[in-house]
Write a protein that binds this ligand. Sequence first.
Ligand code: TXA
Ligand code: MG
Length: 349
Amino acid sequence: METITYKIDNHAIDQNIIKQAASVIQAGGLVAFPTETVYGLGADALNPEASGKIYAAKGRPSDNPLIVHICDFADMARVAAEVPKEAKRLADAFWPGPLTMIVEKNGNVPYETTGGLDTVAVRMPNHPAALALIRESGCMIAAPSANTSGRPSPTLAAHVAADLNGKIPVILDGGEVGIGIESTIVDLTEQIPLILRPGYITEAMLCEVIGPVRTDPGILDANSAMRPKAPGMKYRHYAPEAELIVVDGEERAVVQKINALAEKMQAQGKRVGVLGTDETSAAYRGNVFRSMGSRSDEGAIARHLYRVLREFDEDQVDIIYSESFATSKMGQAIMNRLLKAAGHQVLKV
Ligand code: TXA
Ligand code: MG
């Protein structure tokens, strides 16, 4: 299959391009499109065959449910058995935006879309191309991140092409995404709403709108016997090809430890990557250094994480040592992704 990429001007959406992409969705095909978090791989959410194509293209386990993307809050009632009152309040506060809500599904939603679950994940993305595509197609669009399963999520159209070229008909290229890590997922079917995946919208922000919210203990502690509730959170994910180890502690001690480890590995003939920040860029002696940006700009750190992990694959390093990035607001989300990429290998210094 030939993959056609259309460049999108996010400030002046070309309706002709959107019409072509929308007709692919209506016909049960796949379209990769930008959102404010990461690129998504979309299909008609109510068409089981179309959803099935997503799993095939990504190599995704069939028990891992998809998020249904809508462009109008009223559409939640088309997939939900009942729209909880918290959903309206959260939508008023955060939609369109990087928040996904889990609610009980109704009979319209095929189990192919929900990975066999009786609940459905719903999100209204804050991106003009995504919203235009959903609106023009007249469909609700099921979309996971547009990467091959297990690879870092795509923050550029080039990442989508690297994974899915020849497997999907259309990529909409809206440039680099704004946030760079996937949406916060909050499960509203629990007595106390439960965060299944941390993201840009924090527990504190949700609490302000709907009162008490908890975070799934299964995602906080890798050694816990508890399984994460979101099926996708149990897979090793976002992983670069090289082994990745996070070194955590005070900055000077971290630099020293990483340099000592790098020297040892290099003496064994290994190629070493180091993942740090603009502030520490001059301090390291690995073979390849990559920066997440400035520590004072946590938006940049979130936005660069997946790109940098992909770039290390091109560098053909054998092992990567990374600083820790527990920044003030998105730190939990950033560290959740980094630790998954590292298979939870952390050295405390
Ligand atoms: O920011 C995002 O959410 C991006 C963009 C494209 O919207 N999408 C995304 O989708 O990250 P995906 O498929 O890569 O991650 C969806 C996560 C998975 O961990 C999945 O298991 C979980 O959401 N999920 C989906 N439906 C669920 C449900 N009904 N119950 C529990 N977890 C669910
Ligand atoms: Mg994903």
